[in-house]
Design a protein around this ligand. Structure first.
Ligand code: PHB
Length: 405
Protein backbone atom coordinates (compact mmCIF):
# COMPACT_ATOMS: atom_id res chain seq x y z
CA UNK A 1 0.00 0.00 0.00
CA UNK A 2 2.57 2.51 1.07
CA UNK A 3 4.79 1.70 -1.89
CA UNK A 4 1.96 2.30 -4.36
CA UNK A 5 1.18 5.63 -2.74
CA UNK A 6 4.82 6.67 -3.01
CA UNK A 7 5.10 5.77 -6.67
CA UNK A 8 1.86 7.52 -7.67
CA UNK A 9 1.33 10.58 -5.47
CA UNK A 10 -2.03 11.68 -6.91
CA UNK A 11 -2.98 13.75 -3.92
CA UNK A 12 -0.04 15.75 -2.84
CA UNK A 13 -1.24 16.36 0.72
CA UNK A 14 -1.82 12.66 1.22
CA UNK A 15 1.62 12.04 -0.31
CA UNK A 16 3.28 14.46 2.07
CA UNK A 17 1.55 12.89 5.06
CA UNK A 18 2.59 9.40 3.99
CA UNK A 19 6.19 10.39 3.38
CA UNK A 20 6.32 12.04 6.77
CA UNK A 21 4.84 9.01 8.49
CA UNK A 22 7.16 6.55 6.69
CA UNK A 23 10.18 8.70 7.50
CA UNK A 24 9.15 8.82 11.14
CA UNK A 25 8.73 5.04 11.20
CA UNK A 26 12.12 4.47 9.57
CA UNK A 27 13.79 6.82 12.00
CA UNK A 28 12.11 5.18 14.97
CA UNK A 29 13.01 1.66 13.81
CA UNK A 30 16.47 2.46 12.50
CA UNK A 31 15.33 1.39 9.02
CA UNK A 32 14.08 -2.02 10.07
CA UNK A 33 10.59 -1.40 8.69
CA UNK A 34 12.14 -1.18 5.22
CA UNK A 35 14.38 -4.16 5.85
CA UNK A 36 11.33 -6.17 6.86
CA UNK A 37 9.54 -5.41 3.63
CA UNK A 38 12.55 -6.92 1.76
CA UNK A 39 12.35 -10.17 3.71
CA UNK A 40 11.19 -13.32 2.01
CA UNK A 41 7.70 -14.53 2.80
CA UNK A 42 7.63 -16.98 5.71
CA UNK A 43 8.39 -20.45 4.41
CA UNK A 44 9.89 -19.14 1.16
CA UNK A 45 12.35 -21.44 -0.57
CA UNK A 46 16.09 -20.92 -0.27
CA UNK A 47 17.40 -20.12 -3.73
CA UNK A 48 20.72 -21.75 -4.60
CA UNK A 49 22.52 -20.69 -7.78
CA UNK A 50 25.01 -23.16 -9.22
CA UNK A 51 27.60 -21.42 -11.35
CA UNK A 52 29.70 -24.33 -12.58
CA UNK A 53 31.33 -25.67 -15.74
CA UNK A 54 28.96 -28.11 -17.46
CA UNK A 55 30.95 -28.14 -20.72
CA UNK A 56 34.67 -28.23 -21.55
CA UNK A 57 37.66 -29.81 -19.82
CA UNK A 58 36.15 -29.28 -16.33
CA UNK A 59 32.60 -30.49 -17.14
CA UNK A 60 32.86 -33.66 -15.05
CA UNK A 61 34.07 -31.60 -12.07
CA UNK A 62 31.03 -29.32 -12.21
CA UNK A 63 28.57 -32.16 -12.28
CA UNK A 64 30.31 -34.01 -9.41
CA UNK A 65 30.04 -30.84 -7.29
CA UNK A 66 26.34 -30.49 -8.08
CA UNK A 67 25.77 -34.19 -7.35
CA UNK A 68 27.45 -33.94 -3.97
CA UNK A 69 25.52 -30.80 -3.03
CA UNK A 70 22.14 -32.23 -4.03
CA UNK A 71 22.82 -35.49 -2.25
CA UNK A 72 23.36 -33.75 1.08
CA UNK A 73 20.18 -31.72 0.64
CA UNK A 74 18.25 -34.89 -0.28
CA UNK A 75 19.54 -36.53 2.87
CA UNK A 76 17.96 -33.67 4.86
CA UNK A 77 14.58 -34.37 3.25
CA UNK A 78 15.16 -31.74 0.56
CA UNK A 79 15.20 -28.89 3.10
CA UNK A 80 17.80 -26.76 4.87
CA UNK A 81 16.79 -24.71 7.91
CA UNK A 82 13.26 -26.03 7.41
CA UNK A 83 12.96 -24.51 3.92
CA UNK A 84 12.74 -26.19 0.53
CA UNK A 85 15.62 -25.55 -1.84
CA UNK A 86 15.14 -24.12 -5.31
CA UNK A 87 18.02 -24.51 -7.75
CA UNK A 88 19.18 -22.25 -10.55
CA UNK A 89 22.01 -23.17 -12.93
CA UNK A 90 24.46 -21.41 -15.20
CA UNK A 91 27.16 -23.10 -17.29
CA UNK A 92 30.23 -20.91 -16.75
CA UNK A 93 32.19 -22.78 -19.47
CA UNK A 94 35.38 -22.15 -17.46
CA UNK A 95 35.48 -18.83 -19.32
CA UNK A 96 36.67 -15.91 -17.17
CA UNK A 97 35.44 -13.35 -19.72
CA UNK A 98 31.83 -14.45 -19.19
CA UNK A 99 32.03 -14.67 -15.40
CA UNK A 100 30.69 -11.23 -14.36
CA UNK A 101 27.66 -11.54 -16.66
CA UNK A 102 26.89 -15.09 -15.55
CA UNK A 103 27.19 -14.27 -11.85
CA UNK A 104 25.01 -11.20 -12.33
CA UNK A 105 22.31 -13.37 -13.95
CA UNK A 106 22.06 -15.53 -10.86
CA UNK A 107 22.17 -12.64 -8.44
CA UNK A 108 20.00 -10.02 -10.19
CA UNK A 109 17.71 -12.03 -12.45
CA UNK A 110 17.21 -15.14 -10.32
CA UNK A 111 17.71 -13.35 -6.99
CA UNK A 112 19.51 -16.31 -5.44
CA UNK A 113 20.29 -16.35 -1.72
CA UNK A 114 23.62 -18.04 -2.31
CA UNK A 115 25.90 -18.65 -5.27
CA UNK A 116 27.68 -22.01 -5.25
CA UNK A 117 30.58 -21.76 -7.67
CA UNK A 118 32.95 -22.47 -9.23
CA UNK A 119 35.78 -24.73 -10.47
CA UNK A 120 38.11 -22.44 -12.46
CA UNK A 121 40.19 -19.85 -10.57
CA UNK A 122 39.94 -17.21 -13.30
CA UNK A 123 36.15 -17.46 -13.39
CA UNK A 124 36.17 -17.35 -9.59
CA UNK A 125 37.74 -13.92 -9.57
CA UNK A 126 34.76 -12.56 -11.55
CA UNK A 127 32.26 -14.23 -9.21
CA UNK A 128 34.00 -12.91 -6.10
CA UNK A 129 33.86 -9.38 -7.47
CA UNK A 130 30.13 -9.53 -8.27
CA UNK A 131 29.29 -11.30 -4.99
CA UNK A 132 31.12 -8.60 -3.06
CA UNK A 133 29.44 -5.75 -4.95
CA UNK A 134 26.02 -7.23 -4.17
CA UNK A 135 26.86 -8.62 -0.72
CA UNK A 136 25.60 -12.03 -1.88
CA UNK A 137 26.60 -15.14 0.02
CA UNK A 138 29.13 -17.18 -1.97
CA UNK A 139 30.36 -20.71 -1.31
CA UNK A 140 33.31 -21.78 -3.45
CA UNK A 141 33.16 -25.56 -3.95
CA UNK A 142 36.48 -25.93 -5.80
CA UNK A 143 38.43 -23.05 -7.35
CA UNK A 144 41.61 -22.47 -5.39
CA UNK A 145 42.24 -18.81 -6.36
CA UNK A 146 44.41 -17.68 -3.45
CA UNK A 147 42.92 -14.18 -3.66
CA UNK A 148 39.41 -15.36 -2.64
CA UNK A 149 40.64 -16.10 0.87
CA UNK A 150 43.56 -13.69 0.62
CA UNK A 151 43.49 -10.05 -0.50
CA UNK A 152 39.90 -10.34 -1.79
CA UNK A 153 38.51 -12.18 1.23
CA UNK A 154 35.16 -11.02 2.52
CA UNK A 155 32.58 -11.73 5.21
CA UNK A 156 30.23 -13.22 2.60
CA UNK A 157 32.90 -15.33 0.80
CA UNK A 158 33.39 -18.95 1.96
CA UNK A 159 35.30 -21.90 0.53
CA UNK A 160 34.85 -25.63 1.19
CA UNK A 161 37.74 -26.79 -1.00
CA UNK A 162 41.34 -25.52 -0.73
CA UNK A 163 43.55 -22.61 -1.76
CA UNK A 164 45.84 -23.31 -4.72
CA UNK A 165 48.77 -22.79 -2.39
CA UNK A 166 47.76 -25.69 -0.10
CA UNK A 167 48.20 -28.95 -2.08
CA UNK A 168 51.29 -27.54 -3.81
CA UNK A 169 52.85 -26.68 -0.46
CA UNK A 170 52.15 -30.19 0.85
CA UNK A 171 53.91 -31.82 -2.12
CA UNK A 172 56.87 -29.43 -1.86
CA UNK A 173 57.38 -30.64 1.67
CA UNK A 174 57.13 -34.32 0.68
CA UNK A 175 59.70 -34.06 -2.13
CA UNK A 176 62.15 -32.04 -0.04
CA UNK A 177 61.91 -34.63 2.72
CA UNK A 178 62.64 -37.33 0.15
CA UNK A 179 65.91 -35.55 -0.56
CA UNK A 180 65.06 -34.41 -4.08
CA UNK A 181 67.10 -31.41 -5.17
CA UNK A 182 66.22 -30.43 -8.72
CA UNK A 183 62.59 -30.20 -9.86
CA UNK A 184 60.91 -28.91 -13.03
CA UNK A 185 57.31 -27.71 -12.84
CA UNK A 186 54.74 -27.86 -15.62
CA UNK A 187 51.19 -26.40 -15.57
CA UNK A 188 48.51 -24.53 -17.41
CA UNK A 189 49.36 -20.85 -17.37
CA UNK A 190 46.63 -19.44 -15.16
CA UNK A 191 46.11 -18.86 -11.45
CA UNK A 192 45.51 -22.48 -10.41
CA UNK A 193 48.73 -23.75 -11.98
CA UNK A 194 50.84 -20.73 -11.11
CA UNK A 195 49.71 -20.53 -7.49
CA UNK A 196 50.07 -24.25 -6.90
CA UNK A 197 53.64 -24.06 -8.23
CA UNK A 198 54.22 -21.12 -5.89
CA UNK A 199 53.06 -23.15 -2.90
CA UNK A 200 55.20 -26.08 -4.02
CA UNK A 201 58.26 -23.89 -4.45
CA UNK A 202 57.82 -22.19 -1.08
CA UNK A 203 57.94 -25.49 0.82
CA UNK A 204 60.45 -27.22 -1.45
CA UNK A 205 63.03 -24.44 -1.54
CA UNK A 206 62.69 -23.69 2.21
CA UNK A 207 64.04 -27.20 2.77
CA UNK A 208 66.90 -26.96 0.33
CA UNK A 209 65.38 -28.01 -3.02
CA UNK A 210 65.48 -25.95 -6.20
CA UNK A 211 62.87 -25.45 -8.91
CA UNK A 212 65.16 -25.24 -11.93
CA UNK A 213 62.55 -24.47 -14.57
CA UNK A 214 58.87 -23.47 -14.61
CA UNK A 215 57.15 -24.56 -17.81
CA UNK A 216 53.58 -23.80 -18.87
CA UNK A 217 51.05 -23.76 -21.68
CA UNK A 218 47.80 -21.82 -22.04
CA UNK A 219 44.58 -23.23 -20.49
CA UNK A 220 42.95 -25.49 -21.69
CA UNK A 221 45.51 -26.57 -24.31
CA UNK A 222 46.56 -30.21 -24.35
CA UNK A 223 49.41 -30.11 -26.86
CA UNK A 224 51.93 -31.36 -24.30
CA UNK A 225 54.49 -32.99 -26.62
CA UNK A 226 57.07 -30.20 -26.97
CA UNK A 227 57.01 -29.49 -23.24
CA UNK A 228 57.39 -33.16 -22.33
CA UNK A 229 60.44 -33.31 -24.60
CA UNK A 230 61.87 -30.22 -22.88
CA UNK A 231 61.34 -31.72 -19.41
CA UNK A 232 63.20 -34.86 -20.47
CA UNK A 233 66.13 -32.82 -21.76
CA UNK A 234 66.47 -31.06 -18.38
CA UNK A 235 66.92 -34.40 -16.55
CA UNK A 236 65.36 -33.29 -13.24
CA UNK A 237 65.08 -35.47 -10.11
CA UNK A 238 61.31 -35.11 -10.46
CA UNK A 239 58.50 -33.14 -12.14
CA UNK A 240 55.67 -31.39 -10.30
CA UNK A 241 52.53 -30.64 -12.33
CA UNK A 242 49.08 -29.14 -12.00
CA UNK A 243 46.48 -30.44 -14.45
CA UNK A 244 42.88 -31.46 -13.83
CA UNK A 245 39.83 -32.92 -15.55
CA UNK A 246 40.10 -33.85 -19.22
CA UNK A 247 43.53 -32.22 -19.51
CA UNK A 248 44.90 -34.36 -16.68
CA UNK A 249 43.70 -37.51 -18.41
CA UNK A 250 45.55 -36.57 -21.59
CA UNK A 251 48.71 -35.43 -19.82
CA UNK A 252 49.17 -38.63 -17.83
CA UNK A 253 48.65 -40.72 -20.96
CA UNK A 254 51.05 -38.59 -23.02
CA UNK A 255 53.68 -38.84 -20.27
CA UNK A 256 53.54 -42.62 -20.44
CA UNK A 257 53.45 -42.65 -24.25
CA UNK A 258 56.64 -40.53 -24.29
CA UNK A 259 58.35 -43.32 -22.34
CA UNK A 260 58.99 -41.18 -19.25
CA UNK A 261 56.80 -42.99 -16.73
CA UNK A 262 59.61 -45.14 -15.39
CA UNK A 263 62.39 -42.62 -16.07
CA UNK A 264 61.43 -39.34 -14.36
CA UNK A 265 59.25 -39.41 -11.22
CA UNK A 266 56.01 -37.49 -11.84
CA UNK A 267 54.19 -35.82 -8.94
CA UNK A 268 51.28 -33.42 -8.74
CA UNK A 269 48.51 -31.99 -6.68
CA UNK A 270 45.87 -34.71 -6.43
CA UNK A 271 43.67 -33.23 -9.18
CA UNK A 272 46.00 -34.99 -11.61
CA UNK A 273 44.45 -38.33 -10.72
CA UNK A 274 41.09 -37.52 -9.07
CA UNK A 275 37.96 -38.45 -11.01
CA UNK A 276 40.23 -39.45 -13.90
CA UNK A 277 41.52 -42.94 -13.14
CA UNK A 278 39.09 -44.88 -15.26
CA UNK A 279 40.16 -42.90 -18.34
CA UNK A 280 43.87 -42.90 -17.46
CA UNK A 281 44.11 -46.67 -16.94
CA UNK A 282 47.60 -48.09 -16.64
CA UNK A 283 49.26 -44.72 -17.34
CA UNK A 284 48.31 -43.50 -13.84
CA UNK A 285 49.36 -46.56 -11.85
CA UNK A 286 51.75 -45.74 -9.00
CA UNK A 287 51.47 -41.95 -9.32
CA UNK A 288 51.77 -40.10 -6.01
CA UNK A 289 49.91 -36.89 -5.28
CA UNK A 290 48.86 -34.71 -2.34
CA UNK A 291 45.26 -33.71 -1.67
CA UNK A 292 42.72 -33.11 1.09
CA UNK A 293 40.83 -36.28 0.16
CA UNK A 294 41.85 -39.85 -0.61
CA UNK A 295 40.49 -43.34 -1.08
CA UNK A 296 40.76 -45.64 1.91
CA UNK A 297 40.04 -43.16 4.70
CA UNK A 298 38.52 -44.82 7.70
CA UNK A 299 36.10 -42.26 9.12
CA UNK A 300 32.42 -43.21 9.37
CA UNK A 301 31.24 -40.18 7.44
CA UNK A 302 33.30 -41.19 4.41
CA UNK A 303 31.95 -44.74 4.47
CA UNK A 304 28.30 -43.67 4.33
CA UNK A 305 29.06 -40.87 1.87
CA UNK A 306 30.67 -43.27 -0.59
CA UNK A 307 27.95 -45.88 -0.29
CA UNK A 308 25.19 -43.30 -0.74
CA UNK A 309 26.93 -41.60 -3.66
CA UNK A 310 27.51 -44.86 -5.51
CA UNK A 311 23.88 -45.85 -4.95
CA UNK A 312 22.46 -42.48 -6.01
CA UNK A 313 24.60 -41.75 -9.06
CA UNK A 314 26.02 -45.17 -10.04
CA UNK A 315 29.44 -43.52 -9.88
CA UNK A 316 32.37 -43.49 -7.49
CA UNK A 317 32.68 -40.13 -5.72
CA UNK A 318 35.80 -37.97 -6.05
CA UNK A 319 37.19 -34.89 -4.33
CA UNK A 320 34.83 -32.63 -6.28
CA UNK A 321 31.76 -34.50 -5.05
CA UNK A 322 33.10 -34.18 -1.49
CA UNK A 323 33.57 -30.43 -1.88
CA UNK A 324 30.01 -30.03 -3.21
CA UNK A 325 28.61 -32.13 -0.37
CA UNK A 326 30.48 -29.98 2.13
CA UNK A 327 29.28 -26.76 0.48
CA UNK A 328 25.74 -27.94 1.26
CA UNK A 329 26.75 -28.86 4.82
CA UNK A 330 28.21 -25.40 5.34
CA UNK A 331 25.08 -23.76 3.97
CA UNK A 332 23.01 -25.95 6.29
CA UNK A 333 24.97 -24.63 9.27
CA UNK A 334 24.02 -21.09 8.27
CA UNK A 335 20.41 -21.86 7.32
CA UNK A 336 19.70 -23.86 10.48
CA UNK A 337 20.89 -21.00 12.68
CA UNK A 338 18.20 -18.68 11.24
CA UNK A 339 15.46 -21.27 10.59
CA UNK A 340 15.90 -20.73 6.87
CA UNK A 341 15.53 -16.94 6.93
CA UNK A 342 18.59 -16.14 4.80
CA UNK A 343 17.93 -12.39 5.07
CA UNK A 344 19.46 -12.57 8.58
CA UNK A 345 22.87 -12.46 6.96
CA UNK A 346 25.12 -11.59 9.92
CA UNK A 347 23.73 -14.57 11.85
CA UNK A 348 24.09 -16.87 8.82
CA UNK A 349 27.72 -15.82 8.44
CA UNK A 350 28.46 -16.21 12.14
CA UNK A 351 27.10 -19.76 12.16
CA UNK A 352 29.03 -20.68 9.02
CA UNK A 353 32.25 -19.29 10.47
CA UNK A 354 31.80 -21.42 13.58
CA UNK A 355 30.88 -24.61 11.70
CA UNK A 356 32.75 -27.86 12.24
CA UNK A 357 32.12 -29.56 8.94
CA UNK A 358 31.81 -33.33 9.28
CA UNK A 359 33.33 -33.97 5.87
CA UNK A 360 34.12 -37.31 4.22
CA UNK A 361 37.71 -35.97 4.17
CA UNK A 362 37.65 -35.73 8.00
CA UNK A 363 36.24 -32.93 10.17
CA UNK A 364 37.44 -29.46 9.20
CA UNK A 365 36.99 -25.92 10.46
CA UNK A 366 37.41 -22.64 8.61
CA UNK A 367 40.26 -20.18 9.03
CA UNK A 368 39.54 -16.52 9.77
CA UNK A 369 39.68 -15.97 6.01
CA UNK A 370 36.98 -18.69 5.51
CA UNK A 371 39.25 -21.34 3.95
CA UNK A 372 39.38 -24.95 5.25
CA UNK A 373 42.10 -25.81 7.74
CA UNK A 374 42.65 -29.45 6.83
CA UNK A 375 44.97 -32.41 6.54
CA UNK A 376 46.73 -33.04 3.23
CA UNK A 377 47.04 -36.70 2.43
CA UNK A 378 49.76 -38.39 0.44
CA UNK A 379 48.08 -40.78 -2.00
CA UNK A 380 49.28 -43.41 -4.43
CA UNK A 381 47.32 -44.70 -7.41
CA UNK A 382 46.43 -48.36 -7.11
CA UNK A 383 43.93 -49.64 -9.67
CA UNK A 384 40.96 -47.25 -9.65
CA UNK A 385 41.91 -45.70 -6.33
CA UNK A 386 44.03 -42.86 -4.95
CA UNK A 387 44.94 -44.89 -1.88
CA UNK A 388 45.93 -42.93 1.19
CA UNK A 389 49.49 -43.69 2.24
CA UNK A 390 49.90 -41.09 4.96
CA UNK A 391 49.33 -37.49 6.00
CA UNK A 392 51.77 -35.15 4.21
CA UNK A 393 50.91 -32.10 6.32
CA UNK A 394 48.48 -32.02 9.22
CA UNK A 395 45.94 -29.21 9.70
CA UNK A 396 47.44 -27.06 6.98
CA UNK A 397 46.11 -23.49 6.96
CA UNK A 398 46.55 -21.19 3.98
CA UNK A 399 48.62 -18.16 5.06
CA UNK A 400 45.78 -15.86 3.85
CA UNK A 401 48.26 -13.16 2.92
CA UNK A 402 46.55 -9.82 2.46
CA UNK A 403 43.22 -10.82 4.05
CA UNK A 404 41.76 -8.36 6.53
CA UNK A 405 38.66 -9.78 8.13
C1 PHB B 1 41.21 -23.99 -10.33
O1 PHB B 1 41.13 -23.39 -11.42
O2 PHB B 1 41.32 -23.37 -9.26
C2 PHB B 1 41.15 -25.46 -10.30
C3 PHB B 1 40.56 -26.17 -11.32
C4 PHB B 1 40.50 -27.55 -11.27
C5 PHB B 1 41.01 -28.22 -10.18
C6 PHB B 1 41.63 -27.53 -9.16
C7 PHB B 1 41.71 -26.14 -9.21
O3 PHB B 1 40.94 -29.55 -10.11
Amino acid sequence: MQRTALRRPLFSSLHTTLVASISATLLATGGSALAQSAQPAPGAKIKVGFMLPYTGTYAALGSAIENGFRMYVQQQGGKLGGRDIEYFKVDDESDPAKAPENATKLIKRDQVDVVVGTVHSGVQMGIVKVAKENNTLLIIPNAGADEATGPLCGANIFRTSFSNWQPGYAMGQVLAERGMKKVVTLTWKYAAGEQSVKGFKEAFEAKGGKVVKELSLPFPNVEFQALITEVASLKPDAVFVFFAGGGAVKFVKDWQAAGLKDKIPLYGSGFLTDGTLEAQGTAAQGLETTLHYADGLTNARDKTFRTDYAKTYKLQPDVYAVQGYDAAQLLAAGANAVKGDMSRKPEVIKAMEAAKVDSPRGVFTLSKAHNPVQDFYLRKVDGRENKVSGVAVKALADPARGCRL
